[in-house]
Design a binder for this molecule. Sequence first.
Ligand code: CBF
Length: 839
Amino acid sequence: NEEPQGFVCVPEIRVEDDRTGLDIETLKRAFADNLFYIQGKLGSMATPNDYYMALAYTVRDRLLQRWLNSAQTYLRGDVKVVCYLSAEFLLGPHLGNNLINLGIYDRIEQAITESGLDLQELIAQEEEPGLGNGGLGRLAACYIDSLASLEIPAIGYGIRYEFGIFDQEIQDGWQVEITDKWLRYGNPWEIARPEIAVEVKLGGYVDHYVDDAGNYRTHWIPDREVHGVPYDTPILGYRVNTANTLRLWKAEAPESFDFQAFNVGDYYGAVDAKISSENITKVLYPNDEQVQGKRLRLEQQYFFVSCSLQDMIRLYLLENPNLDNFHETFAVQLNDTHPSIGVPELMRLLVDEHHMAWEQAWQITTHTFAYTNHTLLPEALEKWSVQLFGRVLPRHLEIIYEINRRFLDMVRIRYPDNDAKLASLSLIDELGKKSVRMAHLACVGSYAINGVAQLHTELLKKDVLHDFYALWPEKFSNKTNGVTPRRWVVQNNPGLSKLISRKIGDRWITHLDELRKLEQFADDPQFQAQWQQVKQNCKHQLTKQIKERTGVVVDPTSMFDIQVKRIHEYKRQHLNALHIITLYNRLKENPDLDLQPRTFIFGGKAAPGYFMAKLMIKLITSVGEVVNNDPDVRDRLKVVFLPDYNVTNSQRVYPAADLSEQISTAGKEASGTGNMKFSLNGALTIGTLDGANVEIREEVGAENFFLFGLTTPEVKEQKANGYNSWDVYNANPGLKKAIDMISCGFFSHGDQQLFKPLLDSLLYDDKYMLFADYQDYIDCQDRVGDAFKHKDAWTKMSILNTARSGKFSSDRAIREYCQEIWQVEPVPIELQEYVQANA
Ligand code: CBF
C-alpha cells in the first residue's frame, strides 16, 4: 500500500498515475504539469512562488486518496470521532511536514533537483498560516498531528482568519506590526466546501410561544445571519494512511440578505451587511493571555462553534435517525474557554431546533464536552458582560440563566444557606457590571476538566477552580502538554534526527520514550563529538540567519542563550535583560575578566495594545545596541532580537540553543511547550519551578537542569508578608546598579523617561517578583557559565536532556486524552478497500 497507483474514483474515469505515483519520473512530470496547468506558467516565466505552488499541488494530490478514504471510513456509524474546537491553530508551513509524513522527502528532493531547482528554496516560499498567538494555538496544531499519526478519527474545527497573527518588524528598536496577508498568493492546501455551508444567527430577540400541539417553543428572530463556509485542509499522520480534516470556517454574507437590501434599493445597506458579515473572520485577535471583551470576538467565537456543532449534527444525521446518542459519536474538546459557548449552543440546537426535552439535551451536552484550561492568569479568564452577551446572543443568555438556575439549585442542596458559595460558583458574576463567567460555563457543561501540567492542574484544583473541584473531583485530571517530534525534531533538526536514528533506529519518531536508549552513549567520546558537531552546524545556520535578518555578527562558538516566546511581564524577559546588564558591568569593571562568551537571543511578539511588553522589547534592543557596540566587551557578549518570531523562524532556533530560558514567576505559566522543544533538541534549561519545567526537571534529572527562584508557595508567602521590591533594590548593589543605569538613560541616549513606566512597575509593585528572584538567577547563571566551559560534561547533559524528553511528545498526551477522557480507539485506514469499492 506504500505506493498507491492510479485508482478508479468515478466509474470509468481513472485518476492517472501522474497524480498518485511516487517514482521520480512521475513526480517530475506531475510537478511540470501543475506548473503549466494550475499556475499557467512556463518555466521561463515562473516565479519561485509558482514553483512552490506547483510542488504543493503535487504533494497534495498524493494526500487525497488517504484523505478521502479516512473521511469515508469516519462516516461509518460505529466510529467515535474527536472534535477539537479551537479558536487558534498555529500550524506553521505544511509542505515540509507533509513530505516527511508521507515519507517522500528524499524522492521529492531528487525530483526537484533534477528539475534544476532547490527544494529548500521552494519550501521557504510558503507563507505560514499564523492562525494563532502562541502556545495554545501551537498545541492545537501538535495535537492534530498526533491524532492523525495515532490513527484517531478526528476533526479540528476553527476559524479561517483572513489575517493571522501580525508580522513583526523592529524599527528603531520598537515593535511595528504589519498585516499578515498569508492568503495573498492563494492557499494550495485547502479545499472550500460551499455546498455544506451553514447559517449562523446573531442579535435580535427571542419569541416564546405554544405551538398547535400545545408544546412550549422558542423562536429566535435574529437581526443578522451569516453564512459559514468550511475550508478543509488534510492533516496527514506520520507514515500512516490516516489523513484527518482541519475544517476552518470563513464568514460570508448570505445572498438572501444582499437581495433583500437590493430589492428595497438599499445598495449601500447591502454592501455594509456584506462587509460586516465578512468581518467576523477577518482577523485574529493578537492578544495572548489577555481578554478585551470585544463584541466581534464574541461573534467570532459563537460563529465558529455554531458552524462546527451544526456540521457535527449534519454528519450524525446522515447515519442516525435522531440525536439521542450524539455523545457516543462525538467527543468535543474545548481548547480553553474560547469555544465554551458550545455548551448553550448545543442545548439550543437540541431543544429549540430538534425539539428535544431539556433534561435529555442536558444529558447529551454534558456527555459531549470536555474542557482544557490553559491559564492561571486572572486577566485571561474570559468574562462577557451580560448586556453585550444579551445583545449578540439573546437566546443563549436565556439558556445560560436556565443552566445556572438548575445548577445553583443543586449547589443549594450541597451547601445549604451558603450564599457565598452560590456567588462564587454561579455562572454569572454579580459583582460590579454583571458578566458571564465562561470558565464556569465550561466546567458545568463538561464531563471532564483538565490542566496542562501537573503543577497547573494542582493550582486549578487548589485555587482558580477550587469550588468546582470540591463539587466534582472526579471530573478533574492532568494532561501534561506535549509537542510533535515530527515537526520539532525530524523536520527542524534533520542532522540530529539522522544521528539519533543511526544510533537507536527510527522508532523514536513515533515512540519518543525510545530516546532513552541514547543514555548509554552519553559518556561515549565519539558520540559526544558527533553530537557537538550537529549542534555546531545548527548554530552556524542560525548565525547566518541572524546576520541576514538583523545584521548582527555573532560567534557560533559562544553559548547560545535563548528566550523565545510571547513577550509578557510574567515571562520576565526583562529579568534576562538585567542579567545581561550585570555581566556587562562586570566586564566594564574588569575588561580582562575570564567570561564565558554568550550570545543572548530573544524573539517574540508583544500584543499590540500591551504597552509594557512593547517597552520590554525596546529595553532589550537598547541594551543590545550598547553592549554590541562597546569595544570593551570585545564581542564576548552579543544581544540579538530576532524579528517576527513565528513557527517557520522558530524551527531554526530550537536546534541551535545551548541554554533555554524558562524564567517565568512560579505559578504563572500554565505549562509552556517551548521548554519541551528546547530540551528535546538538547538545550539545557535555566528555569523556575513553574509549569512543565517541574516535570522536565524531574525527567532529565536535577543535575541536568539549572534551577533558581522562588517556588509558588514562596511567592505567595512573600506577597502575604508585604514583599517590597524597593527594599530588595536598595539591598542589592548589582541590581541597583543595573536599574539605575536604565533609569539614568544609559541605554536610551540619556532619555530618563523612556523606561520609567517599566522601572516604576518594578520598583513600586513588582507583581512578578523580578527583584525577589534576581540574585538567585544571577548566581545560577554563573553556574551555567562555568558548566559551559567543560565541553564534555555539558555535551553529556545535552544528550541526557534529549534522551529523557520522551514524555513530552504530543503522542503521549493524545494517548492520555484518548484513554482517559474521550474513550476513543484508533481506526486504521485501509486504502485498498476504497479502490475496490469504487472499481
Ligand atoms: O497549553 C498551551 C499553552 O497555552 C498558553 O500559551 C495559553 O495561551 N494560555 C499558556 O500560557 C502556556 O503556558 C501553555 O503551554
